[in-house]
Design a protein around this ligand. Structure first.
Ligand code: FAD
Length: 475
């Protein structure tokens, strides 16, 4: 039978669950990616458009190498998928399942349309370590707290040993001519060419996340083989150390499979003798599970997309001062660690995790702007911008989310002292501060900062913190 394969958040050939299933049924597979006009999350930041465009280019080449083709379309998948399926006379349409509310509803509509045409849809879970409906808390509810979720998930994975991968055919070494091209469709290369021509992302050379399946593999190898994973526990919090994997965009667009990434942490067992190594591997696994956790949460609690998990936050009297927000957004708050981080984001499309937490706390708890303003700015900029992870990160930072800890307020100066003690990160991103002494920077000695063409802090942390707490007391 002829098959239409729809790529979404799985822009890869290797270890792609739905593709493995499709291929076990037939080799007459035509694949497609659709620039969904109703769902612009994949490309509505220039950084993500760059990542997507380049990943699609490589994916298209791989399909060509395999004797078939990636058909690119733009518009509404609700109409396009049934049309394409009809054109190639497909009996089946395969895709990997999504957890986002919009995608779930859209997919349901498409399924119904295809059913009317007598075309069967086969959906598979691929983007997660474990299906959301296969892990529940003791009383059969979805988890809303990370700790017990991690414990349960880890024990389930331990039972498995490791994830099965690429059992069937998807070894790059013998990739040629696996599939048969369907000639019924005209070339759609111009759709990609037009898309790529319109990308305006100045950070393409310096963004640490790299598009495409090959690059994702290289990033993973760098992280594992160069032993960065062994020092992750101590290095991951220092933004100047390059101590993390930079795999976030690859995982978000599925240019690498989460199973492959997880398995890479298991092959290191022989090094467990060293306590620090063991801790580091586990700490990294825990981060992968944060990704997992937020996706499960959004699947079970779709209302998270619209507002706070803790409803009392609906009544918080946000000040939402647009001028302060703009200062934050442009990296011009006069608080060095915050500005360095926002400039890293604006230049490269990526920001270090420690800094994401610092700038989020600053926007919400110092500038008293609603976390949704920050969530939006991140989605407009981040190369790894992902509804579940971003919403989860912002709700965590705002204290409105799942995390039971009531209030978490970061002092940006204390954070900088701890995690950028010799101001390498600050001075790299704010060159006008390169001659200022570290102690002046870390203590926020305003008069000296002003002398160096750098603005004084737009707010006073201690005053704002007291104000925030008093507003919080009201709700
Ligand atoms: P590593 O440290 O190497 O971690 C490995 C992988 O684990 C990451 O690639 C990512 O997939 C996952 N991961 C790590 N930490 C987290 C976390 N806290 N939550 C969810 N997944 C995690 N991550 C995104 O992928 N997309 C987002 O839109 C996003 N928005 C965020 C917003 C805020 C306010 C905060 C505090 C965090 C956000 N994160 C987001 C999480 C985290 O900052 C990034 O995943 C991480 O910095 C990516 O760098 P890395 O790949 O080098 O991570």
């Amino acid at each position: 039978p002829r098959i239409l394969f729809w790529h979404r958040k799985d822009l890869r050939i290797f270890d792609n669950q739905a593709l493995i299933k499709a291929f076990s049924l037939s080799d007459a597979i035509t694949s497609t990616y659709i620039f969904d006009k109703n769902y612009s999350h994949d490309f509505n930041a220039s950084s993500r458009a760059w990542f997507l465009g380049n990943s699609l280019q490589e994916l298209g080449n791989n399909w060509k190498k395999m004797g078939s083709r990636l058909v690119l379309e733009e518009g509404d998948p609700v109409l396009i998928i049934p049309q394409l399926a009809k054109k190639i006379d497909a009996k089946f349409v395969f895709w990997n399942r999504s957890i986002e509310p919009y995608e779930i509803n859209r997919d349901l509509e498409i399924k119904n349309n295809l059913k009317e045409q007598n075309i069967q849809v086969i959906e598979t879970w691929d983007h997660l370590l474990i299906e959301p409906l296969k892990i529940f808390s003791g009383n059969n509810n979805p988890y809303s707290v990370y700790g017990p979720f991690y414990k349960n998930l880890k024990s389930k994975i331990n039972l498995l040993g490791s994830f099965e991968q690429d059992k069937v055919v998807f070894q790059f070494k013998d990739i040629d001519n696996k599939f048969k091209e369907n000639k019924a469709i005209n070339s759609s290369d111009s759709v990609l060419e037009k898309f790529i021509k319109n990308i305006k992302f100045p950070g393409s050379n310096i963004c640490p996340c790299r598009p495409g399946e090959n690059a994702a593999q290289t990033l993973l190898e760098n992280f594992i083989n160069e032993k960065k994973i062994y020092s992750y526990n101590s290095a991951r919090d220092f933004p100047s150390h390059n101590g993390t994997s930079f795999l976030s965009a690859s995982l978000r667009f599925g240019t690498i499979s989460i199973r492959k990434v997880w398995n890479a942490t298991l092959n290191l067992n022989s090094d467990f003798a060293n306590q620090e190594n063991y801790l580091s591997i586990e700490t990294w696994q825990k981060e992968l599970v944060w990704r997992e956790f937020y996706q499960h949460c959004l699947f079970h609690f779709p209302e998270l997309e619209k507002g706070p998990y803790r409803k009392k936050w609906d009544h918080f009297p946000w000040q939402n001062n647009n001028e302060l927000f703009q200062h934050w957004s442009n990296g011009e708050t006069g608080v060095p660690i915050v500005d360095a981080a926002m400039r890293q984001l604006n230049s490269t499309g990526w920001m270090h995790n420690r800094c994401r937490m610092i700038v989020a706390s600053f926007l919400v708890k110092d500038l008293i702007c609603s976390w949704q303003m920050g969530e939006k700015k991140f989605m407009e900029t981040l190369v790894d911008g992902d509804l579940a992870a971003n919403n989860g990160g912002w709700q965590w930072s705002a204290s409105s989310g799942m995390d039971p800890k009531p209030l978490r307020i970061f002092n940006p100066y204390t954070q900088a002292k701890k995690f950028d003690p010799i101001c390498e990160y600050i001075k790299y991103w704010i060159p006008e501060l390169s001659r200022v002494s570290n102690s002046e920077l870390l203590n926020g000695e305003i008069s000296n900062l002003e002398k160096n063409n750098y603005s004084s802090p737009i707010v006073n942390h201690n005053i704002q913190q007291r104000l925030f707490k008093s507003l919080y007391a009201e709700i």
